[in-house]
Design a protein around this ligand. Structure first.
Ligand code: ADP
Ligand code: ADP
Length: 227
């Protein structure tokens, strides 16, 4: 059974723009999906529905067989993590360690659990040497890594990352891809929104091509650029 099942999902923004025009999609545990397509195709709009950052205009979304409509968003966030394209809007704390602890505090973990889990995840993503630094003193690549750590601390089954490598140099890109690969190996289901062709051809196991609010193609990476 799919871990996430999307049925005839539509979304129209308040200004009347129809950003999703009937999306059907099953995501399976262990998937490593790259979603590609032109700017404005609806990629972010689609993924923001998976943990109720947006509410559908029509259609349904099931997580592990249960509708997510009406579910508590903090609860959902623990299972389905979303790393924003520009994570700087989500930085709330004065240190890297505090930043990771913050998300755990919201989830109700005790102070000592927050610290223990945060240090563990910072070591996992390779940021342990930066734990006392101010988040904004880090370069863009490391800030994005911090955003991943913050979400990862909640141990979501599904990890959605909006443009994981945009604005990073070659090394930053490679180390982010290595990290995502490790997460996939650990059993996380990975969904990346990306323009990076290396991700599509070398890392993803499944590619969705979106255009004008629809999924145009759902295929193996080696079929993505046929016709
Ligand atoms: P993508 O992620 O593929 O670039 P988006 O999902 O961000 O596409 O956007 C899909 C379409 O919806 C675009 O035309 C975009 O301008 C529009 N859109 C996105 N967010 C909003 C919003 N909050 N209000 C109105 N239109 C929006
Ligand atoms: P992200 O995709 O990570 O949310 P963006 O920079 O694409 O970041 O969008 C920033 C915000 O602006 C989002 O909340 C998005 O929904 C909104 N937005 C995007 N396009 C439009 C649009 N055409 N009209 C209104 N709001 C928009």
């Amino acid at each position: 059974a799919p871990i996430l099942s999307i049925n005839n999902l539509t979304h129209t923004y308040h200004n009347g723009h129809q950003a999703l025009k009937g999306i059907d999609l099953d995501v399976y545990a262990g998937d490593y999906i790259a979603i590609i397509g032109q700017n404005g195709a609806g990629k972010s709009t689609l993924c923001k529905h998976f943990n109720r950052l947006l509410t559908p205009t029509g259609g349904s979304i099931l997580f592990q067989g249960e509708s997510i409509a009406g579910k508590d968003t903090a609860d959902l966030a623990r299972h389905i993590g979303y790393v924003f394209q520009n994570p700087d809007h989500q930085i709330f704390s004065a240190s890297v360690l505090e930043e990771v602890m913050y998300g755990l505090r919201i989830q109700g973990f005790s102070e000592s659990e927050q610290k223990e889990k945060a240090l563990e995840v910072l070591a996992f993503v390779g940021l342990d040497a930066y734990s006392e630094r101010h988040p904004f003193s880090l370069g863009k690549g490391l800030r994005q890594r911090l955003a991943v750590a913050t979400i990862l601390a909640l141990e979501p089954q599904i990890l959605i990352i909006d443009e994981p490598t945009t604005g990073q140099d070659w090394r930053g890109t490679q180390s982010m891809l290595e990290l995502i690969g490790k997460l996939h190996e650990r059993g996380h289901t990975i969904i990346l929104i990306t323009h990076n062709m290396q991700i599509v051809t070398e890392h993803a196991k499944r590619v969705l091509i979106m255009g004008q609010g629809r999924i145009l193609k759902d295929c193996k990476p080696w079929h993505a650029f046929e016709d």
